[in-house]
Every structure is written in C-alpha cells, then in structure tokens.
Design a binder for this molecule. Structure first.
Ligand code: ADP
Length: 319
C-alpha cells in the first residue's frame, strides 16, 4: 500500500485531531502518502480531498474538534453515494481509508468493506458506545468536562440547599452519566440500560434530606428522556427546590485530556499498521489496556456493554 486516506465523520470528539495526526505521521514515517478527506463522507463523495504533509497536522494534538471537519451525509447511506465515494478514492489513488468516528461512521466503513474497499475504523465519540473497545477517543475528556461542571453546580446547590437534575450526553448509552455520577458522588444516576423507580428516587432524596444533606445531584443520561420532565416530577413529589441543567454541546469540545491524546495516538498509528499489513475491514480498540483489532462487520453485530457492576456500586455508595 502506497497511499492512504483519513477522514473524521459524525459527531466530533476531543482527540480526533490527535488521531488524525497519528495516522498522518505514522504513515509518512513508513514512507506512505496520506490524503485528508474533509467533511467526512460528504467530502468523500464530493472529492474534497488533499494531500497532507507532516506540517499539515502540526499544532493540533491539543485542540478539540477536528481539523478535517466532520459532517452528517445521508447520501452515503445509499449504494449510489457509496459508489461515488469509491470512485473518488480510486481517482486519487487512495488504496485504504482510516475512518475516525462513531457507530454511524463505522456503518459507512462497513459498507466500503463489503464493497471490497479496505477501511479501518478508529473509535472517535464522546459516547463510549462503540463495540470492540473499552474506551472511545473523547470519552475521558467529556467526562472531565462534566465533572468540572457538576463540581461547580454542587457549590451553588449547597449554598441554596437545592436539588439539581443534570442532563448529560451519551445518546443511547449511559457511560458518561454513570462514570460522571460515580466520580461526582451523585445521589442518583439514571441511565437507559437500567430501569428506574421514581418512588425509590424520592425516598433516597427524602432520606438524604432527613440526615441533613444540603443538596442532591441527580445525573440523567440523555437516552433516558428529558431532565426537565424528570425535574418537574421530583419537585412535585418532594417539594424540594429543584433546578435542571442540560449541559449540552460543551461536552463535545475542549482540549483533549492526556488519556485521550495517548489513546488517539496509539489507535491512529495501529490503524495505519493494519492497512500496511493488508488487513482492511478492521476496527481498532483498547481492551484490558491492550490494543486490539476486530472484524468491523462482526464488531458492529455486537452491542456495547455498560459495566452494570459500576452501576450497582454507584447505588451502594449513594445510600
Ligand atoms: P456517528 O459516526 O457519530 O455515529 P452518524 O450516526 O451521524 O454519526 O454517522 C455519520 C455518517 O456515517 C452519516 O452521516 C453517514 O454518512 C454515515 N453512515 C451512517 N450510517 C450509515 C449506513 N448505514 N451506511 C452507510 N453510511 C452510514
């Protein structure tokens, strides 16, 4: 393989830039040429592609977002769109593609693989919801952003003796809520993977208040439903002064944490190695602190599993 491409797609995440840098530098180190595809699959279809040099990825390792830009591209879900993409790759002489993104982007990479085009998926999303890896690039940074925000909310919650319901991202996965809730000692964590009982939440809050707690923090994963609605029910049932904060897109930005930069560098470089070894149709990840790779089609048939033991622990520690 002499020439590879790299793109970032779907929801951006902090650390995508570090992954792009790793792909470019690792490839050039081994004598390959690298082409950057801008705006994800949309840029692939439109031929928004240019050669990247060592300097093209200078000064980005610490920046959030993605220098290659990202986009949602419904057209790429169609066979016609995928064929247009492959045509562009052939036109530029790109023999293998690294796709950095979430599970939607992996679906696109899977389709290219099924059409016989070698791709390697690199898990870039804050949601931590990709099968075949314990952690995705951006999750650690998002978690730290959430924790920083909850710490600040906690200060004001204590001063005003309030209950706060905080909605965090994660799409259908509860990882951000669970990890942030555990790290922040939240009274209650609501995640889509586990049913909740409103009466149990109310009695937890009441018990806490009776033993003199000055505030309560409830972390809600967006996949559970609207924190605003949940906050209303809690206020009605308890009469506690209750406020709701939806953290929103602040969770997707910011300088990547050290953990995300290191993970992105390792995974991006591994993706290039796989292409050089002629192993397309794979996705890379980290499991039990070891770099791994899986068949992308088989990986996508699996479901990301949240650590239910951690959920149980969070409940035990917040009695
Ligand atoms: P993420 O990668 O963050 O999960 P999306 O779900 O929006 O984000 O997917 C990103 C892009 O991947 C989509 O806009 C589309 O171009 C492509 N994609 C998603 N699903 C498929 C699919 N089933 N087949 C081909 N391409 C897909």
């Amino acid at each position: 393989m002499k020439r590879i491409g790299v793109l970032t797609s779907g929801g951006d995440s902090p650390g995508m830039n570090a992954a792009v840098r790793a792909v470019v530098r690792k490839a050039i180190f081994h004598g390959l040429e690298v082409y950057g595809v801008y705006q994800g699959y949309s840029g692939l279809i439109n031929g928004n592609i240019e050669k990247l040099e060592l300097g093209s990825v200078g000064d980005i390792i610490h920046r959030g977002g993605t220098k290659l830009l990202s986009a949602r591209c419904p057209e790429f879900k169609t066979l016609e769109g995928q064929m247009k993409g492959i045509e562009q790759l052939k036109k530029f002489g790109i023999e293998g593609l690294v796709v950095i993104g979430g599970d939607g982007s992996y679906q696109g990479a899977k389709k290219l693989t099924e059409h016989g085009y070698p791709c390697v998926g690199v898990p870039g999303t804050i949601d931590n919801d990709i099968p075949g890896t314990d952690f995705t690039i951006g999750f650690d940074t998002a978690l730290n952003t959430v924790i920083d925000a909850i710490d600040k909310i906690r200060d004001t919650a204590t001063s005003h003796e309030r209950t706060y319901v905080i909605e965090v991202m994660g799409r259908n996965a509860g990882d951000i809520a669970l990890w942030a809730g555990l790290a922040d000692g939240a009274e209650t964590i609501l995640i889509p993977e586990c049913d909740y009982d409103m009466d149990d939440i109310i009695s937890r809050l009441t018990r806490g208040s009776e033993r003199g707690k000055k505030h309560s923090i409830i972390v809600v994963a967006e996949g559970v439903g609207s924190a605003i609605e949940i906050g209303k029910v809690i206020e009605e049932k308890t009469n506690f002064d209750t406020r709701v904060t939806v953290l929103g897109h602040v969770q997707r930005g910011g300088s990547p944490s050290a953990a995300d930069r290191v993970l992105a560098s390792r995974l991006g470089a591994r993706a290039v190695e796989l292409l050089m070894e002629g192993k397309g149709g794979r996705c890379v990840g980290i499991q039990n602190n070891k770099l791994v790779d899986h068949d992308i089609i088989e990986a996508l048939a699996q479901k990301h599993e949240l650590d239910k033991g951690m959920y149980q622990l969070s409940q035990e520690l917040s009695i």
